[in-house]
Design a binder for this molecule. Structure first.
Ligand SMILES: [Zn+2]
Ligand SMILES: [Zn+2]
Length: 172
């Protein structure tokens, strides 16, 4: 795991290499959007990306941004994270098969690089006569830092867990 608890997160060069590998052209518009992705160290919503690009490149249309997101998801430059709240968010991809551990308070993402599910999934597939498996599993919880803050607040009489999201994000 890297310093930020993530596997090898794609750099700009990795993303452009993936595009070329999949036979997609690096247009000026795609290049602008790729570079914008790098300014999100954690997850972001389509709205976050749209807002950022509207200030830096107002000429980019909404449809262009969304088409690029779809393409990037398809070729693995971006990963989609399904949140319990129902608001899906995106994350710049990282190398190799991995799973995500997501803090629902501060949004921190950790990669689990060894797959703890491989064996049981293989067993299920074998029983059902399936082959060529692929799975996606995300684990959402409360990270150690957020848990500690919430406990401290409970002691001092404050109760709200969620309102510390922004502050915690800085601490990580
Ligand atoms: Zn947290
Ligand atoms: Zn796995």
């Amino acid at each position: 795991m890297g310093v930020d608890g993530r596997a090898k997160r794609f750099l700009y060069e990795d993303m452009t290499a993936l595009l070329t590998e999949k036979g997609c052209r690096l247009t000026d518009q795609r290049d602008t959007i790729l570079k914008a992705l790098l300014s999100f160290p954690l997850t972001f919503s389509p709205m976050d990306l749209e807002k950022l690009l509207m200030t830096t490149d107002p000429a980019l249309g909404r449809a262009t941004i969304f088409r690029a997101i779809d393409l990037f998801l398809e070729i693995g430059i971006l990963e989609k994270i399904h949140r319990e709240s129902g608001d899906d968010v995106y994350l710049v991809g990282s190398v190799g098969h991995h799973h995500h551990l997501i803090c629902r308070v501060c949004g921190e993402i950790r990669d689990i690089n060894s797959c703890p599910f491989e064996e049981s999934i293989h067993e299920i597939m074998r029983k059902e006569g399936y082959s060529e498996g692929y799975h996606r599993i995300e684990i959402e919880g409360i990270c150690g830092v957020c848990k500690k803050i919430s406990e401290e607040n409970t002691e001092s009489g404050e109760r709200s867990l969620g309102s510390h999201g922004g502050k915690v994000r800085q601490l990580h």
